[in-house]
Design a protein around this ligand. Sequence first.
Ligand SMILES: [Zn+2]
Length: 236
Amino acid sequence: MSIDILAIAAHPDDVEQTCGGTLIKMAEKGYRTGVLDLTAGDMGTRGTPEQRIEEACQAAKIMLVSQRENLHFPDARLENTISVRMTLAVKIREIRPRVVILPYWEGRHPDHYRASEVGYEACFLAGLKKLDDYSEPHRPHKIIYSSIYANVMPSFVVDISAQFERRMTALLSYHSQYGTSSEGSGLFPQEQEIRERLGAVARFYGNLIGTKYGEPFVVKETIQVDDIAALGPRSL
Ligand SMILES: [Zn+2]
């Protein structure tokens, strides 16, 4: 069964921090949403890949995601190779999303910008008729980039005021990452710190559109508007 909106991310717990509120909001509107995590976070200091995948399944339920899968590419050394692109392209042909959410194409973590690049190229490949003999071509209608980690002006912001708490609950279901543990405790902020940090970022983007909480996105194309009378937010 195809899904409407697919978020592709480098690590389990990325979408919970970047576009989880938007996924929840779209599911609440009746769209089928999905997540493809490219790595299982096996280089992480805390927890095992098995734990993180289990936590990711739990978080997916909280985010009302219909389908979540992990492609198990190598964590911290994700590469844009032909085999990675092809695996992802075939997945996109199977899932047939109308909208794909990718990480922004620049950032500090190499896995994040590589996930963006490999995701974009896989969306292109997925539309090629002759890519293989056994799957039907499918090119997503729209690619949007989650820009929360990039210090860039968003093309638009989604109001997630009503979804913020659910998104926070989803993120905190990664007990191996955000629970209290002595292992790596100097590195990992505790729950209160996480709440304050994510809350501040979501407040910043919400403020840009006059709402409490928001998630920012960038698109490469100019946004089309049919009804200028319905445009938000208010100017004055
Ligand atoms: Zn990440």
